[in-house]
Design a protein around this ligand. Sequence first.
Ligand SMILES: *Cc1c(COP(=O)(O)O)cnc(C)c1O
Length: 854
Amino acid sequence: MNFLSKVTAIPKLPERIKGLKVLSKNMWWTWNYDSQKLFEIIDLDLWISTNRNPVVFLKNVSQKKLDSVLNDEEFLNLYDYVMKTFENYMNTDDTWFNKTHKNYKGGEIAYFCAEYGIHESLPIYSGGLGILAGDHVKSASDIGIPYIGVGFLYRQGYFQQKINNEGWQESIYESYDFADLAVDPAKDKNGEEVYVDIDIAGKKVFVKVWELKVGRVKVYLLDTDIPQNDPDERWLTSRLYGGDQEMRIRQEMLLGIAGVRALRKLDINPSVWHMNEGHAAFLNLERMRELIQSNNLTFKEAIEVVRAGSIFTTHTPVPAGNDAFPLYLMDKYFGNYWPTLKATRPEFMQLGLEARPDGSEMFSMTILALSLAGRANGVSKLHGEVSRNLWKHVWNGIEAVEVPITHVTNGVHSETWIADDLQKLFKEEFGENWNNEIDDPDMWAKIEKISDKELWEKHQKLKLKLINHLHERLKTQRSRHGETVEELESIEDILDPKALTIGFARRFATYKRAILIFRDLQRLEKILNNPERPVQIIFAGKAHPADKPGQEFIKRIYEISRMEQFKNRIVIVENYDMNLARHLVSGVDIWLNNPRRPHEASGTSGEKAGMNGAMNFSVLDGWWVEGYNKKNGWAIGDNRDYTDLELQDNIDSVSMYNTLEKEIVPMYYDNRKEDIPVNWIKVMKESIRSVASFFNTSRMVKEYTQKLYMPAQVQNNKFVKDNFEVAKDFANWRDILERNWNSIKIKVTSNQDFSETLEVGKIIEIESEIYLPGIGPDSIEPEIVVAKLEDDKVISLKTYDLKMIKEIQQDTYLYRGSFEIEDRGQYGYNVRVSASHPYMPHRNYLMNLVKYPM
Ligand SMILES: *Cc1c(COP(=O)(O)O)cnc(C)c1O
């Protein structure tokens, strides 16, 4: 038949429940399980088949189903309750931020990140970094910070993973229709859609800006897949971490440079700029360009302004993981950019220059970020320490313990990651407002009030839910492999809800050692197949498409899972995403994590598990060094690093088997009262209490606010006010110091002639003559540094003032001081001078201005 015309009809949302449309476009629903219930009641199958995407759901739901809930009183009550909760959430002034910073008058805090993991229906994340960013903005919304996010709207996102019948990973890229995602074109104040452009190696690239609402926070997402661009440029925002170095540098130019331009078009003028990982570091170049072009600042003045309000969070504890570009690429892509900074090529390159051991030079995004951010942090206590060692050469002249990279330990967004059933239980026990006190240890101490029976029943229910979910996933996977009906039916036998269940799911980067537990297959077989005390393990995770060894790990696990002796005890499920993660972290008994220490900067999946009562059984790396208290889970190996990797693997795997056999399995199966493992539940409760009260993003974002955002905001205000007077002063002072610094001479004139052993309590007097041409005594801080050594390594450091006695001749000053040896051991001491200025917010704010006697 010929048609006059074709039309697509979409359901008409009844007036009474029109709020569903609003909900569908604000990711708040992702951490409000009641609102998800609404979609489930309307059409559970559709909700699941749309991957829990309310935008697609509302386009595809049958009119009949929509109309029928209008007669369902229970539904309408829940609907009204959800809408009221949402409106209160969006409109309340009673937030932590408003209470804590009553008179805050600064601008927004802008957060730049290449990925955001907010929900599986918005596939613009690959792993931990993205999930952290998603959780960060959710909590920023919860606690009411004036926050803005900037990122990418990828056409294809990260890949969907399939595992074929040989165990190989296949990566499938789907193109998303943005009309199906919870985003809208961003609009400027005149209601016009927002586009910005950027010159990339001589080619003008146009960028469309999208808006994503995450509670009260807006995240602006950049997109080049628009008709104004040529195919090559349209491809730029198609994939997350796809492509080569040129793709990477162009994407990072977009994030940093076009990201700043997008905010300006939207009339957003942040006072604090947070770079989450080095990918975003170009943003400070663009801010410098603005200051130099519009405010007529010099290159050096602009540096001081951007540093004042910038924060950099590093996430990568291994040198190779840090982004760096060869200089020829910098020439190609920034050759016409640095002249707009009124900089010479060397001045520009210096900002990120990294000398490699092989003699080559690279432009490091981490060094660029450190040079242009006044404040920096790692993401766990141990990672802070690792980062200070990794980057101390950037400061030159100070010890790792003095490097001003602090740490804020990662957390997770509790309401996203704690299972609905447990949240209901917590609400009953802790009170209606429990979610406003999510980081309050006193509240979590009430966990003791929950009965063992109740907690265990909830946990068993979640485990069953997980196993059912896995069966569904396995059926899809294996029917694709062409398995017979009988084989597919036998999937129901895989995983026993009564057996001790271990989960292992994360990206399959090789340092995470997914196959470590298989080092001694016979010993493992005995553990898993004990008929009285069965144990089972669930694996999931994607390997980067370019990571062959990671893909081989997947294949190896797949093969083992198909061996007769392991076939119902070990499974690997494909396409790890946030949905699978939620099922796993709440449904398993034990969360296994065995990275090669110290490669795991923080890790967050174990935090999700721990707060659901799935106990951690992990290497003492990342967050777990801080989290482990001997009563809330188990440690693998010991608290140290190895240089012999084979030895490390052996020690860690043997430690794993021992602890499983001697502690974990017996505790799970023994001492049952009415089938409830009482000792086990003690550990569960301690896990929930200790992990949930601290390793949450509510605590984390408050810590960022107090330790980094607010001080940066104060400094930013100081540096920009009165037409940048302070910044200009400071830049001028720094310039004078840098030009004269090499001429400083330090001579120690006190008697050094004592034997090498001293008694504790001995006071050592130091006298020093310091020549300060063109600098003067007010710009420096002279001091005695005393380092406590262990195996010639500095383990701690103390400094003592040197007091100026007099000027002994032109520009030369006499200083005196003393120190006392306080404890036995080995010490080293010296005299040094470092730059000092009242506008410096912390010591070693400036790099390279430290001087020792020759
Ligand atoms: C939490 C999470 C991660 C991060 O896991 P780690 O074990 O910390 O690396 C990665 N992917 C998904 C889907 C997650 O939910």
